[in-house]
Design a protein around this ligand. Structure first.
Ligand code: NAP
Length: 241
């Protein structure tokens, strides 16, 4: 096992929490980042520790340009270099484009896209030196695909996929991989109240679970996935097939 750790942003619940648990099960000490849900993050770290793993809950709003400086030194001191970064923190603020206000545009872009850029930039410094790194960006099927009412969200996720591809090409020869997962509809707080309406359109006729997305992230973060980079792994029950 390599000496280092994983950082999962937005890991107090949903896909991020399931991902933190999955990476811990693979032996990574995990930084469980959250913005406001301290209790949720503590539940996740407690579950990891109960299963014999190591974890620390770390408060930081990833929209803050100083978030990387708040997160990385703590983890480096406690567990060693961050060798796995999962940019998962995400929000939506839906409205049709003519009604979308500047704040709802900016907060979605800042959380879903700009934060991933800043944390990736910080993580790469060390990953490149270590000649090993795994970055996984949690995108969405909304991005490559239209979803009226989500122009801000779609722009952020399409941007994240483009960012993933280009950074992957930049660092591939350093042993660092950069990939995305693109979930369809997954049962979390983010999709509360939405799922009943969309399930009939999903070929699998059900929403996905956070654990099903986490299993894909876990694979992309593994040693075995060394030759997979610049890819976007769709996890959507056939929605975009
Ligand atoms: P969720 O249940 O709403 O969880 C979102 C997580 O992000 C929470 O832990 C939240 O923490 C954190 N977060 C939000 N803003 C943050 C910020 N500024 N700084 C730090 N943490 C922040 O959502 P989810 O469904 O698990 O979504 C996780 C990711 O999957 C998102 O990127 C989302 O776009 C993507 N996704 C989800 C679906 C789906 O169907 N659910 C589909 C496609 C893609 P606090 O509560 O502490 O703020």
């Amino acid at each position: 096992m390599r000496k280092g750790c994983a950082l999962v942003t937005g890991a107090s619940r949903g896909i991020g929490a399931a991902t933190a648990l999955a990476l811990a099960a693979d032996g990574w000490p995990v930084g469980v980042n959250y913005r406001s849900d301290a209790e949720g993050a503590e539940r996740v770290t407690a579950a990891i520790e109960a299963a014999g793993g190591r974890a620390v809950a770390l408060q930081a709003d990833v929209r803050d340009p100083g978030a990387a400086d708040a997160l990385f030194p703590v983890l480096e001191e406690r567990f060693g270099p961050v060798l796995v970064l999962v940019n998962n923190a995400g929000v939506r603020a839906d409205a049709l484009a003519p009604q979308l206000d500047d704040d709802d545009w900016q907060s979605v872009i800042d959380t879903n896209l700009s934060a991933a850029f800043r944390l990736t930039r910080r993580a790469l410094r060390r990953m490149v030196r270590e000649r090993f790194g795994r970055i996984v960006n949690v995108a969405s099927v909304v991005g490559p695909r239209a979803n009226p009412g989500q122009a801000n969200y779609a722009a952020s996720k399409a941007g994240l996929i483009g960012f993933t591809r280009t950074v992957a090409a930049e660092v591939a020869r350093r042993g660092v991989t950069v990939n995305a997962v693109a979930p369809g509809f997954v049962e979390t707080e983010m999709t509360q109240g939405l799922l009943e309406r969309v399930v009939a359109e999903i070929p699998a006729r059900r929403a996905g679970t956070p654990a099903e997305v986490a299993a894909c992230v876990r694979f992309l973060a593994s040693e075995e996935a060394a030759y997979v980079t610049g890819a976007t792994l769709t996890v959507d029950g056939g929605l975009s097939a």
